[in-house]
Write a protein that binds this ligand. Structure first.
Ligand code: FAD
Length: 561
C-alpha cells in the first residue's frame, strides 16, 4: 500500500527510497537474504502464513543461478539413474503444481530420449525407467511415455544421428523462463505484503547479547547508503553464496557447498533447425538437453567443479567446445562452429558437497542448516522444488516461533496459490484466456504474433501492458522508441522493480539469451529512457551502459574469439 510506511508493497523502482525507509522503520518477523527462486519462494510462503517478511537481493532478482539454469521444471529423470527415488517423486509432483499456478510461465514440452547400440540406455531400461518415472511423478495419463521405433524417432527429428539408433523414449518435461518464474513468485509475494528490494547487499550480521542474530547491516548498491534492518529471524537463501554468509556468521562447519558450473549455447533455427526437444548422451556419458525455443535452439549443460568468482561466471573456450562437440556428435549433418553461436550463459550450481563424487553425480537435494546464532541457511535443490523447499524453511521458522514465543502460524497454503500473472483459470482456462486476450491486443493494433508473445509472457498482467501501450503510443513516437518496447520497459520498471538495462534485457525479457538482435537494436533507446525516468547520474549511465556492452560481448562469446 503506497504511502503507508509500514506496509509499503510497491514493485516500482521509482519508489526505491520509500521502500528503504520502510525497511528501516519496521522490525520484521523474517528477513530473507537472496532474491533467487529460493528466497522468493520462502518469502511468498512466509507472508501468506502471516509473517511480516522482507527480502533483500544484492543484485537484481534472479541475477544469480535463477536466471542461468536449463529452464526446465522437470521431474528429474536423470535422478532415477542415480536411484534418488525421493527426489524424482517429489519434484515430479511439484512440477504439476508449478505449472497450474502459472501456466503462462511454464508449459509442457514433449522430450525425446534416443538410445543407441552401446549407449547408456537401451530400449528395455528406457521403457522401464520412463514407466517408473510416470508412476513416481504421478504423470497425467495423456502425458505418459511412448516408445518410438528408430524410423519414428527420425521422422520426429531428422537431424538425429541415425547410425546405431535403436529407438527413443518420448515423454513430457515442462519448460519455463527461470528468471520470470522467480519474478512472478516475488511479485505475488510483494502483492501479499512482502517488503522486497533489489540492489541491497547484506554486509554484516547484527547480534543481541546472547549472540543470536537480530538483524543485518546492508548497503544500498546504488546510493551506497548503509543502514540496519531488524528481524526476529534471518534466512540465508543466497544459493552459491550460502557459505560466504555462513563464514560471516562464523558458522561454516559441518557440510559445505561444492559449486559446479554449467553452460548453455544458443543458436538460430536457421543454423540449427531442431524441431523436437532432445535429451541425449554426450560422448563422455553425461546427458544434455537440446531445446527449441521460438526461433532459437539452446543446448546444455556442462558440469564442472567451480572455484572462480561467483557473481560473474563465464563460458570458457573449453566449455564452448565441449557443447559444440556434443552437438556435432548427435546431429552430424550440422557441423556447427563457434561462429554459429548467437548467445550463451553460464550458471553456478549450489550443491552440497559429497566426498569422492564427480560434479554430475553430486545429489541435487536441498538441505537446511541452522547455526548457533539462529541463522537458517538453505542450499542445494532445484527450481522445480522451490515451493516445497520454501514450505520446509518456513515450517522451521514457525516451529521456532512456537517454541520460543508460543506464537502459532498456519501451515503452508501455496499449493493452490496463483503466481502473479497466473490468474488465467489454470492450464485449461489459459487456452480460452489466450484467445480472448490476443484478440484484445489485436483490437489495439498490436500484431498477432506480438499479442501472442505478450499473453504468454505476462499472463493475466497483460491488461496492464495493453494499458501502458495505449497510453504511451504518442510518447513512444516522441522518444523514438518502439511502442511495445516502451510498454514492456515501463512495466518492468514500474511493476517489476527493474533498475538497470540488464534487468530489462536479461531478467525481464530474456532477450540477451534468446533475441540478441533485439538487444542490439534497442539498447540505446532503452538506456536513454531509463536514464531519464530513473534520474540516473552521468556516472550511473556510463556504468550501466558499460555493463550492458560487456555482458553482450560475453553472451555472444566475442570475448573468447
Ligand atoms: P540464486 O538464484 O543464486 O539466488 C541467490 C541470490 O542471493 C543471488 O541472486 C545473489 O545475488 C543473492 N545474494 C548473495 N549474497 C547476498 C548478500 N550478501 N546480500 C543480498 N543478496 C545476496 N533446476 C531446475 O529445476 N531445472 C533446471 O533445468 C535446472 N537447470 C540448471 C542448470 C544449471 C547450469 C544450473 C547452474 C542450475 C540448474 N538448476 C535447475 C538448479 C536451479 O537453477 C537452482 O537450484 C536455483 O536457481 C537456485 O536458486 P537460489 O535462489 O537458491 O540461488
Amino acid at each position: 500500500m503506497k504511502g503507508n510506511d509500514e506496509l509499503i508493497n510497491t514493485t516500482s523502482s521509482k519508489d526505491r527510497q520509500a521502500i528503504i525507509k520502510s525497511f528501516k522503520k519496521v522490525k520484521l518477523d523474517l528477513l530473507v537474504i537472496g532474491g533467487g527462486i529460493t528466497g522468493a519462494g520462502i518469502s511468498l510462503d512466509a507472508t501468506k502464513r502471516g509473517l511480516r517478511t522482507g527480502v533483500i537481493e544484492m543484485q537484481d532478482f534472479a541475477a544469480g543461478t535463477s536466471s542461468r539454469s536449463t529452464k526446465l521444471v522437470h521431474g528429474g529423470l536423470r535422478y532415477l539413474k542415480q536411484f534418488e527415488i525421493g527426489i524424482v517423486s517429489e519434484v515430479g509432483k511439484e512440477r504439476a503444481i508449478v505449472y497450474e499456478n502459472g501456466p503462462h510461465v511454464t508449459s509442457p514440452e514433449w522430450m525425446m530420449l534416443p538410445f543407441y547400440k552401446g549407449g547408456t540406455f537401451g530400449p528395455f531400461s528406457t521403457n522401464i525407467g520412463l514407466r517408473v518415472y510416470d508412476y513416481l511423478a504421478d504423470v497425467k495419463k495423456e502425458e505418459r511415455r511412448i516408445m518410438l521405433k528408430p524410423q519414428e524417432a527420425l521422422e520426429k527429428e531428422p537431424l538425429l544421428q541415425s547410425n546405431n539408433l535403436m529407438g527413443a523414449g518420448y515423454y513430457v518435461e515442462y519448460k519455463t523462463d527461470d528468471a520470470r518464474l522467480t519474478l512472478e513468485i516475488m511479485k505475488k509475494s510483494i502483492e501479499l505484503g512482502t517488503k522486497a528490494l533489489n540492489y541491497i547487499k547484506m554486509i554484516e550480521f547484527l547480534y543481541n547479547e546472547e549472540d543470536k542474530i537480530k538483524g543485518v547491516i546492508v548497503e544500498d548498491q546504488i546510493s551506497k547508503e548503509i543502514f540496519h534492518i531488524e528481524a526476529k529471524y534471518v534466512i540465508n537463501a543466497t544459493g552459491p553464496w550460502v557459505d560466504k554468509l555462513r563464514d560471516l556468521d562464523n558458522s561454516k562447519y559441518g557440510k559445505t557447498l561444492q559449486l559446479t558450473k554449467g553452460v548453455h549455447l544458443v543458436f538460430s533455427q536457421e543454423t540449427f533447425p531442431l524441431r523436437q526437444a532432445i535429451y541425449f548422451d554426450t560422448p563422455d556419458k553425461r546427458m544434455i538437453f537440446a531445446i527449441p525455443r521460438v526461433n532459437k535452439v539452446y543446448i546444455g549443460t556442462s558440469d564442472t567443479k567451480y572455484e572462480g568468482e561467483i557473481t560473474h561466471p563465464q563460458v570458457t573456450i573449453e566449455d564452448r567446445d565441449y557443447i559444440l562437440h556434443a552437438i556435432n556428435d548427435m546431429f552430424p549433418s550440422l557441423s556447427l562452429t563457434p561462429k554459429d553461436i548467437e548467445s550463451s550463459w553460464a550458471g553456478i550450481r549450489p550443491l552440497i558437497s559429497q566426498e569422492g563424487k564427480k560434479p554430475s553425480e553430486i545429489s541435487r537435494k536441498d538441505e537446511i542448516f541452522t547455526s548457533n546464532s539462529g541463522l537458517i541457511s538453505m542450499a542445494g535443490g532445484k527450481l522445480t522444488g522451490y515451493r516445497k523447499m520454501a514450505e520446509q524453511a518456513v515450517d522451521k521458522v514457525t516451529a521456532i516461533f512456537k517454541s520460543e514465543q508460543n506464537i502459532l502460524f498456519e501451515k503452508s497454503t501455496t499449493k493452490y496459490l496463483s503466481l502473479s500473472g497466473g490468474d488465467v483459470g489454470g492450464s485449461i482456462g489459459f487456452v480460452d484466456f489466450k484467445i480472448e486476450k490476443v484478440n484484445t491486443g489485436m483490437a489495439l493494433g498490436i500484431a498477432n504474433s506480438d499479442a501472442i508473445y505478450l499473453v504468454n509472457q505476462y499472463g493475466s498482467n497483460v491488461d496492464i501492458i495493453y494499458k501502458l501501450y495505449s497510453e504511451n503510443e504518442a510518447k513512444a513516437k516522441e522518444e523514438g522508441i518502439n511502442p511495445l518496447v516502451l510498454a514492456t520497459l515501463l512495466y518492468s520498471i514500474e511493476y517489476e522493480l527493474a533498475y538497470t538495462p540488464l534487468d530489462y534485457f536479461i531478467r525481464r525479457t530474456s532477450a540477451m539469451f534468446f533475441d540478441i538482435h533485439f538487444v542490439k537494436e534497442n539498447k540505446e533507446t532503452v538506456i536513454n529512457f531509463m536514464s531519464k525516468l530513473l534520474n540516473w547520474t552521468d556516472e550511473q549511465r556510463i556504468q550501466y551502459r558499460n555493463e550492458l556492452v560487456t555482458v553482450y560481448e560475453e553472451s555472444t562469446l566475442k570475448n573468447i574469439e
